[in-house]
Design a protein. Structure first.
Length: 671
């Protein structure tokens, strides 16, 4: 048979394609569907992905493929199909979607350039374990039922999605581990997705100690060469278990049998740049393509997943008790309005929180305090004229950072010396308001001079490895109190932590976002889970100015079902996900007039294109942060029962409104 003469190629640009190139004689043997190649595009040489081959081509002037990137690098049909789905569903080009599936280092290592010598690998902190030393625990009744159901589906090689709902410590991870072992026995591979792998070293350690070197770990801190070698270990079938963050959903495993998505509700599964996919939903799609099982695990499932489980689309498995029957920590909610009246100022710590910190550290127990805001003061204004010091490029107030003695924009990193007088009216009455982790740290030092205090946020852990250092010091008991942002909310398991304090439960609640109640409930539940992990018991103190809010009340009683019932009825009433799907359009540009004009035109085109009544259009309206990095931003939202309803209409309207000076991004199922 004649060999193929032409290849259909897509590239990592927001252009659809595929484009046809000829295959030069020297590459005839090696270019296949899935190959990664170099091609000339415009006047540049770019990486291209071969998505199809043909014998004939109608175009006359045709360019040849320049080069094959690496003979061994070839995407399997599953991944091509998955990326095709991603490009259709999330409105990206196929080339962009494939590019997300291939680690950058593999695309580079090839183009002839040599890597500069890499620095010593930055390890995930090693929690003591011995590779492959750990063995199965005997499942309890609920775990056994879960495993029977999961293994049964796996044996039948039928695709099915399980939602494993259980509080922290209910034995979910043990169910993952034994399901993976069963897959191995059947000769099937597994992928385990975790939200942010560098923040969950203990989980990785547990998997390694159970499965040893059958595991490949993919995480963002891996340097190039290590990343490439892990990828090749997976690709060759040497590693049959892959654990990693978002992009591990594209791991080139063979015979996929199981995908686990731990903490499936986490928003970090959503990629912020094109392709804006949600790794949980991509995982379900990948498993469907490979006829594999999915286990979504969470103590606080997303409304979408729990709704799907209630509808019978997913299979719900509940682990209703903690393994050791240990009680969940007692949660106290402190009404900060009363504290304020009593203290006659805005207090940082309520009396109750102060007393409990005092007590616990005097007994050499440990305390975690949580506040989801960095910096010292988050808001500076002039007492005379009211002027607020804002970023010149973004419509947000600047945060004062005491460490750097600078005002910093948390969106674009712009920074400046704090002025001594008001830039507007020259009065010397600048007042610093608002509370960040730096200020809590300094107040802690003032109140508890005897305690050793550490802060953990992106400012304090900027340097490689410092995050791990703080954690191991904490673990060894050299730190009494940690104050941190959501960085400390996840996965940490320290038996001597008896007290968790939430400085303000209201920060997430006040965001202009329909998921704010869900986020608040999740965060509080997760933070609370850091307390009381041993016989020392535990207590959680939540400070709030809106203590009666149902998300806070439900967190008090650890009551997911009550929260879900309340929230789902609100979503239904307001026609919000999971009752619809949304697409958010952001238009941005340097000229406000122009951005508004294009938004208006786009809306008009959308209205014209909508043939049936099944799509809602909301907006245009200024984005919650209406100016960022010097660009004015407007939003339009589309809602419908399915994304498939929206896409064709959207595509037509966008094609009609291409406009220089205004960039339009499309975010499907925004988080
Ligand atoms: P989760 O993932 O829901 O937080 P884990 O699987 O981590 O729960 O289990 C919590 C603790 O209980 C772990 O220390 C684990 O080793 C232990 N454990 C889990 N299952 C069992 C079991 N069947 N028998 C004994 N201990 C168990
Ligand atoms: Zn800025």
């Amino acid at each position: 048979m004649d060999s193929y003469k032409f290849a259909n190629i897509v590239i990592n640009r927001p252009i659809e394609g595929p484009f046809t190139y000829s295959i030069p004689g020297s590459l005839k043997e090696d270019v296949k569907t899935g190959s990664v190649v170099e091609v000339s595009f415009g006047n540049k040489v770019v990486i291209g992905y071969v998505v199809g081959l043909s014998y004939k081509c109608d175009i006359e002037k045709i360019k040849p493929i320049n080069n094959l990137v690496d003979k061994k690098l070839c995407l399997v049909p599953d991944i091509l199909e998955l990326t095709k789905w991603i490009s259709n569903y999330y409105y990206s080009s196929w080339g962009e979607a494939i590019s997300a599936a291939v680690p950058g280092v593999l695309k580079k290592s090839i183009s002839g350039k040599r890597h500069r010598k890499e620095k010593q690998e930055d390890q995930i902190p090693e929690f003591e374990f011995i590779d492959g030393s750990d063995t199965h625990l005997t499942p309890n009744r609920e775990q056994q039922e879960a495993l029977d159901s999961i293994m049964g589906s796996m044996d039948a090689r039928s695709h099915r999605v399980f939602l494993l709902h259980g509080v922290t410590g209910s034995g979910k991870t043990e169910v993952y581990l034994q399901s993976i072992a069963h897959a191995l026995k059947l000769g099937l591979s597994s992928i385990i997705l975790v939200p942010e792998i560098s923040l969950t070293p203990q989980i990785v350690a547990r998997f390694k100690s159970r499965f040893g070197d059958k595991i490949a770990v993919l995480h963002s801190k891996l340097l190039g060469s290590k990343r490439a070698s892990e990828w090749h270990r997976i690709n060759s079938g040497e590693a049959q278990i892959v654990i990693g963050a978002r992009s591990a959903v594209f791991a080139p495993v063979k015979n996929l049998g199981l995908v686990v998505v731990d903490e499936e509700h986490e928003t970090s599964y959503k990629q912020e740049d094109a392709p804006r996919y949600n790794a949980r939903d991509a995982a379900i799609k990948r498993a469907e393509i490979s006829k594999a099982i999915v286990i979504l695990g969470s103590a606080t499932p997303s409304l979408e997943s729990f709704y799907a489980a209630k509808n019978g689309q997913f299979t719900l498995i509940e682990l209703s008790e903690r393994i050791d029957s240990r009680l969940l920590p007692a949660v106290d909610i402190v009404d900060m309005r009363e504290e304020m009246t009593r203290a006659k100022k805005v207090p940082i710590f309520s009396q109750k929180l102060r007393e409990w910190i005092e007590k616990d550290i005097s007994e050499r127990k440990q305390v975690i305090l949580f506040l989801n805001r960095r910096g010292f003061s988050t808001f500076i204004n002039c007492r005379k004229c009211g002027y607020v010091i804002k970023c010149k490029r973004c419509s947000v107030s600047l945060t004062y950072h005491f460490d750097k003695k600078k005002l910093v924009c948390h969106h674009c990193n712009f920074n400046m010396e704090p002025p001594e007088i008001c830039p507007e009216c020259n009065a010397a009455y600048l007042k610093y308001w608002g509370l960040g982790t730096e200020k809590v740290e300094s107040e802690l030092n003032r109140f508890f001079p005897q305690a050793t205090i550490a802060r953990m946020d992106t400012d304090s852990t900027h340097k490689r490895g410092s995050h791990d250092k703080v954690l191991s010091k904490f673990k060894d008991g050299h730190i009494d109190i940690i104050i941190g942002t959501q960085m400390i909310a996840k996965g940490l398991d320290f038996p001597k932590v008896t007290l968790v304090g939430v400085i303000s439960a209201d920060t997430a609640l006040n965001l202009p976002d329909f998921r704010s109640a869900e986020r608040t409930f999740n965060l509080l539940t997760q933070v609370a889970g850091r307390a009381g992990r041993s016989d020392l018991g535990g207590r959680v103190i939540i400070q709030s100015y809106t203590p009666q809010h149902y998300s806070i009340q439900a967190a008090k009683t650890h009551d997911y079902n009550t929260f879900y019932d309340k929230e789902i009825s609100l979503r239904k009433e307001l026609y919000l996900p999971p009752f619809c799907h949304m697409v958010s359009l952001t238009l941005r540009g340097r000229k406000e007039e122009r951005v508004f004009k294009v938004s208006d035109n786009l809306k008009a085109s959308l209205e014209k294109e909508i043939k049936s009544k099944n799509i809602d259009i909301l907006g245009p309206a200024p984005a919650p942060i209406s100016k960022m990095k010097g660009m004015y931003r407007w939003n339009i939202f589309l809602r419908s029962e399915t994304i498939e309803n929206i896409i064709p209409t959207l595509k037509k309207a966008l094609d009609k409104n291409k406009s220089s000076g205004v960039i339009i991004t499309v975010d499907v199922d925004p988080c």
